[in-house]
Design a protein around this ligand. Structure first.
Ligand SMILES: [Zn+2]
Ligand SMILES: [Zn+2]
Length: 912
C-alpha cells in the first residue's frame, strides 16, 4: 500500500523542502520551450535554465538553488520515443529534481546531503547503495578521489561500494567546449530477482552493466570544475559548480515499492482513466499494456506542452505536439477508443499535476480544446492515410524491398497528416523499415520549394571567434564594459563614443570607405535590438570632428555574447577605428514603433476582456508601419467582436493613461500576475509595463520601447483578422501616422465614389444601393429581351431544318444563350419534330455550353445524346453527359466552339 509520505507530490515536496532548509532558493520550473536557446527544441534537463550561469554570462541573486524541472526528450540526440510504451521506464515528458551550487558548496556537501536525504529522510537501506566515481581510462584527467573520499566518510556507507568508471559513464561535458567535469552516480541494488538477465548463462549482476536491471541508477551529481578549451585541453574553472539530477518518476517507483513507473501514483490515475473509458478488465488491460502506457505518457506530455503554448502544428515544436497527440490517438484505436478520448484522459493529468503546476489548471480549456480538435482532424484523414500506407507496405513486400522511401513517408505526412513516427510504428509492426533521413530530406526540399525557408544569421563560427577575441581585448584595455556593450535604448536617442571596431566581410579594418557594408562596435548604444517582436532601430553614425563621414545603420546584431554591433553602409567619407562619433536613432521611425508596441499591449488586454483569458499572445511583430498580434483562439472573430476590440483600445487611448514602467524581481512580477510570454527568457530582474492608472488593466513583462501616455498612439485601427494555424488567430493593425494614412486613403476613395455617383459622402450607401437595384432591373430586362431574340432566331431556323438520311438534324450555335434557354430551344425542336436530332452550342459568361437532344425513336436506333455531347466537347477541354434523350456539356476554351459544332456534325453523320 502507498505510504502517504511517499506519494509523488510529497516526494517532490520533501526534496525541495530538504534543500530549502539548507539555504537553497526554490526556482520554479522553466517552460518546456527553452528561453533564448535556438539550438534546443525542448527543455530536456534541469540545467537548461541555468546554462548561462555556468557559462558565466549571467548572474543570479542566489548561489544555491533547488527545482523540479519539466523536461521533454522526444527529438534530437536524446530521443527515447521508440522505447516509450514498450517498457516501464522511458517517457517523453518527465520531472527532474535537482539541487544546484553556483560557485558555492562543492563535492563534500553535495554527497553528504544526497546520502542524508536518501538514507535518513527517505530510509533507503544503506547497504544497498553504490556510488560511481570518475577514473580516466586514458589517464589524461585526474582521478576523482575527492568524491570517492567523501563517499567513504558517509555514516554506514560500505567502502567497497565505490566503483570507478571512465569518460562515458562518469565525465560530463556541456558541449565540445565549455564547462565540464566528473560526475558521481548513486545506484540502488534492488536485490536478486530484479535482473532481466538472471537466467542467461554467465551473467553476473553489476553496476553499469548493459541489460542488468538489478542496479538502478538513481541520482547523478555533476561537479563542474573544468573549462574545456580544446579536444585535449582542460583549464580549471575559477568558480566550481554542482548540478544534480534525480528523476522523480524513478525515485517514486523505488519509494512506493512498485516495478513500473506507470504503477506509481504519478501515472496510475491516468492509466485508470483510460481503463474506465475502455471498460477493460485488469487482464485485458495487461494484454494491451503498450497502448495504455503510450496513451498515458503522451497525454501527460501533450497537456504540459499545450499549457506552455505549444499547440499542434506542422513544424518544430508544434509538430512534436501534433505527432504525440496523433500517436496517442492511433494507439487508442488499437484498444477500441475510436471516438476522441484524449481530453478525457488529460483531465486526469490536470487533476493529478495541477496543484504543483498551476499552468495546467489555468490553461485547462486550451488543453482540452486542442486535444479534441487535433483528434477530430486526425480522424478525418487517418483512414485514408493508413490504407495508402498499407498499399505501400504490401508493394514493398512484393518488391522485396525492406524499407519505405523518404518521399513516400513524406507524402503520407503532407497529404494524409500521418506523422513519420506513426508511419514507422505501423511499418515496424510489419517488419518494414522507414528511411528517416530520406523523410527529412524530402521535408527540407519541400520547405525550400514552398519558400518557407528561414534565413538564419550570416555569421559563421570564425566570425563569432573574431568578436570573442575582440571582447576579451577590449575589456582588458578597459574600453568595453566587462558586461559588454552598454545597452540602453530607453529615454535616449543619441549617444557619443569612440569606434572600438569596424568589421567588413568578417575582418577587422582600420578604415572603410563609401559604399562599404560594415559592422560598427561602440562602447554604448541606444539603438533597440530586435526582441519581443519589436524590430531593430535604424539611424546614422557620423563623425563628431572633421573629416566628415556618415554611416547609415540598417540593422542591429548580437554576433556573440556581450557584443552588439550596428550594421550599415558607409554613405560618405572614410570612417576610421577610434574616431569619435555620434550615433542617432531615426526618431520618427522609432516613435512609430513605440506607438505600435504600446498598442499591442492595449490590444492584448482588450482580447482578454472581449474573448476571454484563453486569448494568449503567441507571437507579435512591432514594426514602424504596422503591428501584428497572434493569439490562441479557436475560431474567426465576428465583426461585432472586432469592433468591440477596436473601440476598447481607442477608449483606452483617449483616456491618455500614463505608462508605469518599473524594474522588479521576476518572481514578484509573476506573483503579482504580470503576463510573461512563452519562449521568452527573463532575467532575475524584469522590466514591467503597467497601464491603467489606479486600476491597471494591462500588466506585462516587456523590454520594448513604449510611448509615455496612451494618448500618443492617437488612433488604433484593425486592418485584418485571419487564421495562422490551428487555434491561432492574427490581428493586424495600424496606429498614429499609419492610421492617419489609412483614414485619408479611405476618405479619398469615398469622396471619389461620391463624385462619380453625383452625391455627397453620407449618401453614398443609399445612392449605391439605388444604382445597384437599377442595374439589376436592367440586367433582367436585357436577359428577357435576349431570350426573346434567341427564340425568334431559333424559330426561323426551325422552319428550315436540314435533313440527314431523311432525319431532321439541327446543329447550330446560339450566341450568349444560357443553359436554360438552350434546353427550352431543344424542347421547341422536339415539339415540332417527332423524330430528329438537335445540337446547340453557346458561349455564356465566357464559357462554352453544349446541349443535345435525340428523339425516342432515334435512341432505339442507337443514337445517344450523352455520347454526342461528350464527343463534341473534346476540343473545348471539357466534358459532360446525360440521358440518351437529353445531355449537356461544358468546357473551358470558347475559341474551339466551331470545331465542336463540326465534331457534332461528323458524329451524327457516322452514327445515323
Ligand atoms: Zn543482472
Ligand atoms: Zn511588449
Amino acid at each position: 500500500m502507498l505510504e502517504e509520505r511517499f506519494s509523488g507530490a510529497n516526494i517532490r515536496k520533501s526534496f525541495i523542502d530538504f534543500f530549502i532548509e539548507r539555504d537553497h532558493t526554490f526556482v520554479a520550473s522553466s517552460s518546456l520551450v527553452p528561453g533564448g536557446d535556438q539550438t534546443l527544441l525542448f527543455t530536456n534537463a534541469g540545467m537548461v535554465q541555468f546554462k548561462d550561469v555556468f557559462l558565466g554570462t549571467d548572474l543570479r541573486p542566489y548561489t544555491r538553488a533547488v527545482n523540479s524541472q519539466k523536461s521533454m526528450r522526444v527529438a534530437g540526440k536524446h530521443n527515447d520515443l521508440d522505447d516509450v510504451g514498450r517498457d516501464d521506464t522511458h517517457h517523453t515528458f518527465f520531472e527532474m529534481l535537482g539541487n544546484w551550487s553556483f560557485g558555492d558548496y562543492y563535492k563534500k556537501e553535495a554527497i553528504e546531503w544526497a546520502w542524508e536525504l536518501l538514507t535518513e529522510v527517505w530510509g533507503l537501506p544503506k547497504g544497498n547503495l553504490w556510488a560511481t566515481c570518475f577514473e580516466d581510462e586514458i589517464g589524461e584527467i585526474e582521478r576523482d578521489d575527492e568524491a570517492a573520499d567523501n563517499w567513504y566518510k558517509q555514516p554506514g556507507f560500505e567502502p567497497s561500494h565505490v566503483l570507478f568508471f571512465g569518460r562515458k559513464e562518469n565525465f560530463w561535458e556541456m558541449a565540445e567546449t565549455g564547462p565540464s567535469g566528473p560526475n558521481s552516480e548513486i545506484h540502488l541494488d534492488l536485490g536478486t530477482g530484479h535482473c532481466a538477465l538472471e537466467d542467461s548463462p554467465g551473467h553476473v549482476c553489476a553496476v553499469n552493466l548493459e541489460g542488468c536491471t538489478r542496479y538502478l541508477e538513481l541520482w547523478n551529481l555533476v561537479f563542474m570544475q573544468y573549462n574545456r578549451t580544446g579536444p585535449s585541453s582542460l583549464e580549471p574553472l575559477p568558480a566550481k559548480h554542482v548540478d544534480t539530477g534525480l528523476g522523480l518518476e524513478r525515485i517514486a517507483l523505488v519509494l512506493q515499492g512498485v516495478d513500473s513507473n506507470y504503477k506509481t501514483d504519478l501515472l496510475s490515475p491516468i492509466m485508470d482513466s483510460i481503463q474506465s473509458l475502455t471498460g477493460h478488465s485488469d487482464i485485458e488491460k495487461a494484454i494491451n499494456i503498450t497502448p495504455y502506457r503510450v496513451i498515458t505518457d503522451h497525454a501527460r506530455a501533450a497537456a504540459f506542452l499545450i499549457a506552455d503554448g505549444v499547440v499542434p502544428g506542422n513544424t518544430g515544436r508544434n509538430y512534436v505536439s501534433r505527432m504525440i497527440i496523433r500517436r496517442a490517438a492511433r494507439f487508442g484505436s488499437l484498444i477500441g477508443l475510436d471516438e476522441p478520448f484524449l481530453a478525457n484522459v488529460a483531465g486526469s493529468v490536470i487533476e493529478n499535476y495541477g496543484d504543483f503546476y498551476p499552468e495546467l489548471v489555468r490553461n485547462q480549456s486550451a488543453i482540452l480544446d486542442n486535444l479534441l480538435r487535433e483528434e477530430k482532424r486526425f480522424q478525418r484523414t487517418v483512414e485514408a492515410g493508413v490504407s495508402k500506407l498499407e498499399t505501400m507496405i504490401s508493394k514493398s513486400q512484393s518488391d522485396k524491398v525492406e524499407n519505405l522511401s523518404g518521399e513516400n513517408v513524406f507524402e503520407l505526412y503532407a497529404t494524409y497528416g500521418l506523422p513519420l513516427e506513426i508511419t514507422r510504428d505501423i511499418a515496424l509492426e510489419q517488419d518494414i523499415e522507414v528511411d528517416v533521413e530520406g523523410f527529412y530530406a524530402a521535408m527540407e526540399e519541400h520547405r525550400l520549394a514552398s519558400g518557407a525557408g528561414e534565413t538564419f544569421g550570416i555569421f559563421g563560427e570564425e566570425h563569432v571567434a573574431l568578436y570573442q577575441d575582440l571582447f576579451s581585448e577590449l575589456v582588458e584595455a578597459k574600453k568595453l564594459d566587462p558586461q559588454g556593450t552598454i545597452y540602453d535604448p530607453y529615454d535616449r536617442y543619441e549617444v557619443q563614443g569612440e569606434i572600438l571596431a569596424l568589421v567588413k566581410d568578417g575582418e577587422l579594418k582600420d578604415q572603410v570607405e563609401a559604399g562599404d557594408s560594415v559592422e560598427v562596435l561602440l562602447p554604448d548604444t541606444c539603438f533597440y535590438i530586435e526582441a519581443g517582436g519589436q524590430v531593430s532601430d535604424t539611424g546614422t553614425i557620423s563623425s563628431l570632428t572633421d573629416p566628415v563621414w556618415e554611416i547609415k545603420v540598417k540593422a542591429m546584431r548580437r554576433p556573440s555574447a556581450g557584443i552588439i554591433v550596428h550594421v550599415g553602409e558607409v554613405v560618405r567619407g572614410v570612417p576610421r577605428t577610434r574616431d569619435q562619433v555620434t550615433a542617432r536613432v531615426d526618431i520618427q521611425r522609432r516613435h512609430d514603433i513605440m506607438r505600435n508596441h504600446t498598442a499591442t499591449h492595449l490590444l492584448h488586454a482588450e482580447l482578454h476582456k472581449v474573448l476571454g483569458d484563453h486569448a494568449r499572445q503567441a507571437g507579435s511583430l512591432v514594426a514602424p508601419d504596422r503591428l501584428r498580434f497572434d493569439f490562441t483562439h479557436p475560431e474567426a472573430l465576428t465583426n461585432t467582436e472586432l469592433q468591440e476590440i477596436e473601440a476598447g483600445v481607442n477608449r483606452n487611448v483617449l483616456e491618455n493613461y500614463a505608462l508605469n514602467i518599473m524594474f522588479k524581481p521576476l518572481q514578484t512580477a509573476i506573483t503579482e500576475g504580470a503576463i510573461a510570454l512563452f519562449g521568452e527568457k527573463y532575467a532575475e530582474t524584469v522590466r514591467t509595463i503597467t497601464i491603467g492608472g489606479e486600476s491597471p488593466f494591462s500588466y506585462e513583462l516587456c523590454g520594448g520601447t513604449h510611448v509615455s501616455e496612451t494618448g500618443d498612439i492617437s488612433t488604433f485601427l484593425i486592418t485584418n483578422e485571419s487564421s495562422v494555424g490551428a487555434g491561432l488567430r492574427r490581428i493586424e493593425g495600424v496606429t498614429g501616422r499609419g492610421a492617419y494614412d489609412l483614414i485619408l486613403r479611405r476618405f479619398q476613395a469615398l469622396d471619389q465614389a461620391a463624385d462619380l455617383l453625383e452625391t455627397n459622402p453620407e449618401l453614398v450607401v443609399d445612392k449605391t444601393r439605388g444604382v445597384l437595384e437599377q442595374l439589376d432591373g436592367a440586367r433582367k430586362q436585357i436577359s428577357t429581351l435576349r431570350k426573346e431574340m434567341i427564340a425568334q432566331e431559333f424559330n426561323r431556323l426551325l422552319e428550315n431544318v436540314p435533313q440527314e438520311d431523311g432525319v431532321p438534324v439541327l446543329i447550330t450555335s446560339l450566341p450568349e444563350a444560357d443553359a436554360e434557354t438552350l434546353r427550352q430551344m431543344a424542347d421547341l425542336f422536339r415539339q415540332k419534330y417527332q423524330s430528329g436530332v438537335v445540337f446547340l452550342a453557346s458561349v455564356f459568361n465566357g464559357r462554352p455550353l453544349l446541349i443535345a437532344a435525340v428523339t425516342e425513336d432515334l435512341v432505339e436506333r442507337g443514337l445517344h445524346a450523352g455520347k454526342l455531347v461528350k464527343y463534341a466537347a473534346q476540343p473545348l477541354g471539357g466534358g459532360g453527359g446525360g440521358r440518351p434523350t437529353l445531355a449537356q456539356a461544358g468546357g473551358k476554351d470558347p475559341s474551339q466552339l466551331e470545331t465542336a459544332l463540326q465534331n457534332a456534325q461528323k458524329w451524327v453523320k457516322e452514327n445515323l
